[in-house]
Design a binder for this molecule. Structure first.
Ligand SMILES: NC(=O)c1ccc[n+]([C@@H]2O[C@H](COP(=O)([O-])OP(=O)(O)OC[C@H]3O[C@@H](n4cnc5c(N)ncnc54)[C@H](OP(=O)(O)O)[C@@H]3O)[C@@H](O)[C@H]2O)c1
Length: 328
């Protein structure tokens, strides 16, 4: 087995790389000339580094030559406009699939990292299931769904699609804001904080992705990968508060109150040409009734369960933030 991991230097990919290296699996990683290796420096002497990009098909043809398994984790999670999302999440995936079809004569398995966003939001009380008709509500979700369609329609080797919901854990810079707010005694309660959520702890996600390499019954299938425990934004923040053992003051804002904030951030991001997390796309996601998914398919078919409880995950994340001084 020789695995090609894309997106290895990113948040999720770096944990997959940890898992592959821990298990002694021969691994090659695709890095751009501009990619930072800060999160993966400990592994650089254990892996082959292949320079290339999802938007450079000749680099991808070379990258897949001696590969037997691919975990395609690279993707764009933040962008200035839909074109940027589609360029990476759809067209980049298409380039990789074409490279596999034309030059990947040894490739046996292709794993695509998609997202719950490709499926779309859930209702308040009905988690999304894999067979539900996809109805993404953001450009990001649409581009991830388009990536799935490329794999389903064109990939000539066995493929599996994984759809995680929001991911948290060590090395994540998104939920870090919430940890910092709680540390500063603020308990955000946007829209009451009651939107039901599925989440996944990053190390559970990474080990599931690697397990999927070995699972024989996953061919042509889509799986949600998440903790079976549902929470809410408020529940998550309260667990952080409990683990940190700090007092907090609730910051209540109706979800509509976020719209002007998101609009201003979006305008600012267009001026500075730096993608933002809070924009009108994010507002749509925050006003959806829920973001939960049913994980019984992956549990029943593959016996895979994301076992880390929310409290354990938050404890481990906080420990890491403190040790790396991301939170002081
Ligand atoms: N984080 C979440 O909550 C979440 C939830 C569901 C699904 N996902 C999916 O999980 C995957 C990883 O997300 P993440 O949170 O780890 O994101 P991330 O930290 O932003 O990492 C993204 C990775 O993709 C690489 N990449 C982007 N454009 C590329 C290109 N044109 N060519 C080659 N590599 C490229 C980046 O490389 P550079 O460093 O060179 O830019 C980086 O390694 C994505 O597919 C995402 O859609 C994430």
């Amino acid at each position: 087995m020789r695995v090609l991991l894309t997106g290895a230097n990113g948040f999720v990919g770096s944990h997959i790389l940890d898992e592959l290296c821990q298990r002694g699996i021969e691994t090659a990683i695709l890095l751009r000339s501009t990619s930072s290796t800060l999160l993966i420096s400990q592994h650089l002497n254990q892996v082959e580094i292949i320079r290339g990009s999802l938007n450079d098909i000749s680099s991808l043809r070379k990258a897949v030559e001696k590969i037997t398994h691919i975990i395609h984790c690279a993707g764009l999670v933040r962008a200035l406009n839909p074109t940027e999302f589609f360029k990476v999440n759809r067209d980049g995936t298409q380039n990789l699939v074409s490279a596999v079809n034309s030059a990947g004569k040894n490739v046996e398995r292709f794993i695509l990292f998609s997202s719950l966003a490709a499926s779309g939001p859930s209702s308040q009380d009905q988690p999304r299931r894999e067979e539900d008709e996809p109805s993404p509500i953001s450009y990001y979700g649409e581009s991830k769904l388009a990536g799935e369609k490329v794999v389903i329609g064109e990939c000539k080797v066995n493929y599996t699609i994984l759809r995680p919901p929001a991911v948290y854990g060590p090395r994540d810079g998104e939920f870090l804001r919430l940890f910092k707010a709680v540390k500063n005694h603020i308990l955000p309660m946007f829209g009451g904080g009651k939107q039901p959520l599925s989440l996944v702890y990053v190390k559970d996600l990474a080990s599931t992705a690697v397990e999927t390499l070995f699972a024989s019954k996953t061919t042509g299938k889509i799986y949600f990968v998440a903790s079976p425990e549902f929470t809410t934004a408020l529940g998550f923040a309260k667990t952080i508060k409990e683990v940190m053992n700090v007092w907090t003051v609730p910051l209540c804002l109706p979800v509509q109150g976020l719209y002007p904030v998101c609009l201003c951030q979006e305008i600012f991001s267009k001026i500075t040409k730096k993608p933002t997390v809070l924009d009108r796309q994010k507002y749509k996601e925050l006003s959806a009734p829920g973001w939960t998914c049913d994980v019984s398919k992956i549990k029943n078919e593959l016996g895979l369960i994301c076992k880390t409880s929310l409290k354990q995950g938050i404890e481990q994340t906080l420990q890491w933030y403190y040790s790396e001084r991301w939170i002081k």
